[in-house]
Design a protein around this ligand. Structure first.
Ligand SMILES: Cc1cc2nc3c(=O)[nH]c(=O)nc-3n(C[C@H](O)[C@H](O)[C@H](O)COP(=O)(O)O)c2cc1C
Length: 248
């Protein structure tokens, strides 16, 4: 069984789609091929991979309540390819969005179902995830907490001469569990999706979210985007940014 995973986020790195796609891949058996779809130059290569595949998993962000537009030319080509070759294929979709409610991905799921219908391939369902940005926060936290644990171990060795102090690592273990608790809905639905892929079964449509109360999520998301804005182009990108918009 061959499964092609397609990360459809236009981000070169640190995409939530890529992260959740890799997490799903951990639980999928058989031959796995990971692809990145950002530009039309990727289309042909990915179609060649799909030619002998049994399953395709699209992992994508929600853009303006729908499918990101850079994906549409690929879907058009894939439709032609599947119809022409009478391709038998199971299609699963993972969509993540910025707002906290995963249900916001419903129109995207319907579009993908229509695409499968037009292409004569099997729509097997999808997982919609709300609060996608928090997946990046989660992985950043895991790395930051690891750095703190290493630092505390180093300081302890210097000060007290312990060969390997266990304290910082117990704290790190607890911190990891707390971070995983935030993503417990995503992880559970994701493993379920992987099990359906393995059995070539229909998954249906399911929606989940990051396990944070909405008012806490809004504060975290605001902080995250402010920090990213400052790092990537000045305070409030577009207002005081050093980068000037290009005139077309
Ligand atoms: C152009 C654009 C449009 C977006 N539209 C929506 C939207 O309609 N609803 C929503 O909840 N999030 C929206 N988002 C937020 C993304 O879905 C969210 O940041 C997602 O986690 C990005 O995933 P990625 O890291 O895989 O690219 C939009 C983001 C961009 C850049």
């Amino acid at each position: 069984m061959k499964t092609v995973f397609i990360d459809c986020s236009p981000k070169k790195k640190l995409s939530a789609s890529g992260f959740i796609m890799s997490l799903t891949g951990l639980f999928v058996l058989g031959t796995k091929k990971k692809e990145k779809l950002r530009t039309p130059a990727d289309n042909e290569r990915i179609l060649n991979e799909i030619a002998d595949a049994d399953n395709v998993v699209f992992s994508m962000p929600l853009y303006v309540d729908g499918i990101p537009s850079h994906l549409l030319p690929f879907l058009k080509k894939m439709e032609e390819f599947c119809r022409k070759n009478n391709k038998e294929l199971n299609v699963y979709v993972i969509a993540n969005n910025g707002f906290i409610e995963g249900k916001q991905n419903e129109p995207l799921m319907q579009n993908m179902e229509n695409f499968c219908d037009r292409s004569n391939i099997k729509w097997c369902g999808g997982l919609g995830i709300g609060g996608g940005v928090m997946m990046n926060v989660m992985r950043i936290l895991i790395v930051v907490f690891l750095g703190i644990a290493l630092l505390r171990t180093f300081v302890s060795i210097i000060n007290e001469g312990f060969f390997f102090p266990i304290g910082p690592w117990i704290v790190y273990g607890k911190q990891i569990l707390e971070v995983l608790a935030l993503g417990c809905g995503i992880i559970t639905f994701d493993i379920w999706l992987a099990l359906c892929i393995n059995k070539k079964k229909e998954y249906g449509k399911h929606y989940t979210r990051i396990m944070l109360p909405s008012f806490v999520f809004i504060i975290c998301a605001d902080l995250f985007f402010t920090i990213i804005s400052v790092i990537q182009g000045g305070i409030f990108r577009g207002w005081f940014s050093k980068k000037k918009p290009t005139v077309m």
